[in-house]
Design a protein around this ligand. Sequence first.
Ligand code: MG
Length: 482
Amino acid sequence: MRYFKKFVNHTGLASATLIFLGCAGLAAPEKPVVRPPNVVLIFTDDQGYGDVGVFGATAFPTPNLDRMAHEGRRFTDFHVAQAVCSASRAALLTGCYPNRIGLPGALGPNSKHGISSHETTLAEMFKQKGYATGMAGKWHLGNKPQFLPLRHGFDEFFGLPYSSDMWPLHPEAKPGAYPPIPLLEGERVLKADLTHADQEQLTTQYAERAVEFINRNKEKPFFFYLAPNTPHVPLHVSDKFKGKSGGGLYGDVIMEIDWAVGEVLAALKKNHLDENTLVIFTSDNGPWLSYGNHAGSAGPFREGKGTNFEGGHREPCIMRWPGHLPANSVCKEPLMTIDLFPTLARLIGADLPQHKIDGLDIWPLLADLPGATNPHEAYYFYYNQNDLQAVRAGEWKLLFPHTARTMNGQEPGKDGVPGKYRPLPVVASLYNLRTDPGETKDVAGENPEAVKRLEALAETIRADLGDDLTKRPPTGARPPGM
Ligand code: MG
């Protein structure tokens, strides 16, 4: 005999699922076993805040993401730890600032370093509890064998070791700059030299992997990481969506991502796993604005990828777990990807690593429990490489003097060929993100106390992770794998 029952436990989790296993007629009483939730984490590449219907997109439709938001919870102040691919992924998977684990910036095919075997990834955390773990998409935490997903907690992997523009066929690639990109199955090279035709199929293939994984693992807890390498340039889309969005090739690509999300949700529904699966959707950084009509939109926010203005690191985020997260709700509190690690660990009862991580448990905010607040005093420490360029606490964001980049006033990129950024000198400035989310009015002069407080908070992270802008060495950073 086998049946399921719900309960409300003492942690405030709305309800977890109990599985009673046993056979009628045996003397031993049935023992309840808590079945922890499955998690599907969808992490797109360079999708802007404004590139989802419920976050303001009008140039193309995203019906599945919109439905996911109506059935789940939308986060309007959700951030990545750095506005660039490798660093953002490193933070997502470890709960640490990228600088803590030696992975700021973006790795290339010739990088000698990658994620250290001493770090604990989400997949390894889920493995503590016997989860099946799988991934499809872009990895980008090192492409030597010791850095690949199978060495870091994933049972299976299908995808690319790094970005799809680090590719001899990319319009911007100088001759000889990049080796061919391999498509990997685990650590085996499925195809040594990716073509345009191959790239057009990837988003669909990733979705198919996710669906097949869910179907195959429906009887046990699972974690799947779906990380499409789109809408990062060079844009590719399958024939299913070519010319279909009304929003150009970029819109077509978003439509295919949206379709992939719909495939995942349909697979969960078909397997009766809706109420036992937390699905998280967000992106690794904001739009790559120099690509013009091949870049997305940061919506109301300033600048994009590679900057520490909001357009660089604030992302569209949706979470869905029927019966556990309030449907059709909005969380406006500031949150960051580093918090997912400890939050998911708490949900499944896994131990945190012995080493320091930077994220904190934000379950009360996800579940909208009464009185829930952000547990960090300040935590938006925004680095570019090892330059501390900004810090955020509550409504305040303090920018330190540095040079950013902008396309304002520049000839825009077109059809896959980028325009040229110009340097943007940034002076010390304070923004109130509650009243001025577009970071247009420096209010440092009127708010000396806020400046002082954020300066002091910045000092705490400089003493820990260092800061090249003020020539401070790190004391709490760990080396990457070499
Ligand atoms: Mg990216």
